[in-house]
Design a protein around this ligand. Structure first.
Ligand code: ATP
Length: 150
């Protein structure tokens, strides 16, 4: 049996996940990182992106928007600014957030406002992507493709 490591994911509001995983893929600010049991200790900040927990034949997907990760050989601790499982995500809310942010970008905002708006685009696009991972496809795609028969 493969060795596993303890993974804890917390946000300021709650503990999102606490359990064992065979591998964790996460969005470090320097790029996506794959962490296996026995990894050398490290600390990294997190970008907007997807955490994937590999557990045997199963995988779990989590949308994360910033934070920090501490890796130890037997434990990965993620302190996320925000984090949601596919089931947590309100796809209609993410769709609205994306539309608002895209509208703002199209309105030629001052340069100093662009990074904040671009981050909102990335967060909402990510939430839509992660929501599609597990939530019934038709339900989510119906928001994009009216009348689609998915
Ligand atoms: P919005 O404009 O819809 O508030 P946002 O990107 O500004 O989106 P954040 O500031 O990243 O929102 O998150 C605020 C809180 O709301 C966090 O707890 C986050 O987990 C939650 N959240 C944001 N968007 C969603 C969503 N689409 N579904 C469920 N929870 C969400």
């Amino acid at each position: 049996m493969a060795r596993a490591m303890q993974v804890d994911i917390v946000t300021p509001d709650r503990s999102l996940f606490s359990g064992q995983a065979d591998m964790v893929s996460l969005p470090g600010t320097l790029g996506q990182m794959g962490i296996l049991p026995g990894h050398a200790p490290l600390l990294s900040t997190l970008d907007i992106g997807e955490i994937i927990l590999h557990m045997g034949n199963d995988s779990r997907f989590i949308a994360v928007s910033g934070g920090v990760v501490e890796v130890r050989p037997d434990k990965v601790t993620i302190l996320a600014d925000t984090a949601e499982t596919p089931e947590d995500i309100d796809a209609a809310r993410a769709q609205d957030a994306l539309a608002r942010a895209e509208q703002l970008l199209a309105s030629n905002p001052p340069p100093h406002e662009r990074p904040v708006i671009e981050a909102a685009v990335r967060r909402s696009s990510l939430r839509l992507k992660v929501a599609r991972r597990h939530v019934g496809r038709r339900q989510v795609e119906g928001l994009n493709f009216e009348g689609g028969n998915g």
